[in-house]
Write a protein that binds this ligand. Structure first.
Ligand code: NI
Length: 173
C-alpha cells in the first residue's frame, strides 16, 4: 500500500524518533509499504517519519536498476564510523519535492542496524549509498538536508513548500 508522504514543514518531520523495541506484523507492513511508496515516488530512500510514523526505521535502494534491486530495511540504524574525507552530492528529499542543494557529508560511513528478522548487520557504505543512509538517519533525528544550508536558502525553500501545501490542500490532494 502506498502511503502519503509528509511535506515539510510538518512537526512530525522535526521529531527525535523512538527506537523500535519489537518487530511486529505492523512493523513488517510499514516496511513493505515504505518500500512500495519509495519505488513509486520514485526515490532512493525513505524514513518512517516521512510517512508519519516517528520510529527509527528506514528503507533504501540506491541501485536505480529495476532489474537488479537491492531493497534494504534498516531498523534502529546507527553510524559506527564515518570517514574524515568528505563528499558533496546534490541532495533532494521526497518531503521537499523538486528542491535540490549541495550537501557535504563523510564520503564513507559504517552503519549497524537490525533487519526484519532481528539479525544484526554492519556495512560500510560509499558513494551515493553513504550520502543516502546519512540523509535518512538524519530524518530519524528530526533533521532535514535543508538544515545544512544557510538561513536564507532554507527559508526560501520552506516558503515554497508552504505554498505547495496550500495548493495541494486547495486541490484536495
Ligand atoms: Ni529525505
Amino acid at each position: 500500500m502506498i502511503r502519503a508522504i509528509l511535506i515539510h514543514p510538518d512537526p512530525r518531520l522535526k521529531k527525535l524518533c523512538d527506537p523500535v523495541t519489537q518487530i511486529t506484523a505492523d512493523l513488517r507492513k510499514l516496511a513493505a509499504d515504505m518500500l512500495e511508496t519509495m519505488y513509486d515516488a520514485p526515490g532512493i530512500g525513505l524514513a518512517a517519519p516521512q510517512v508519519g510514523v516517528t520510529k527509527r526505521l528506514l528503507v533504501m535502494d540506491c541501485m536505480k536498476l529495476p532489474d537488479a534491486p537491492r531493497p534494504l530495511v534498516l531498523i534502529n540504524p546507527a553510524i559506527t564510523w564515518a570517514s574524515a574525507d568528505l563528499a558533496t552530492y546534490e541532495e533532494g528529499c521526497l518531503s521537499i519535492p523538486d528542491q535540490y542543494a549541495e550537501v557535504q557529508r563523510p564520503d564513507k560511513a559504517t552503519v549497524r542496524w537490525m533487519d526484519l528478522e532481528g539479525a544484526l548487520h554492519e556495512e560500510t557504505f560509499g558513494g551515493l549509498w553513504a550520502t543516502c543512509v546519512q540523509h535518512e538517519i538524519d530524518h530519524l533525528n528530526g533533521k532535514l538536508f535543508i538544515d545544512y544550508l544557510g538561513l536564507m536558502k532554507r527559508q526560501m525553500i520552506t516558503r515554497k513548500m508552504e505554498k505547495l501545501k496550500r495548493e495541494m490542500a486547495r486541490e484536495g490532494r
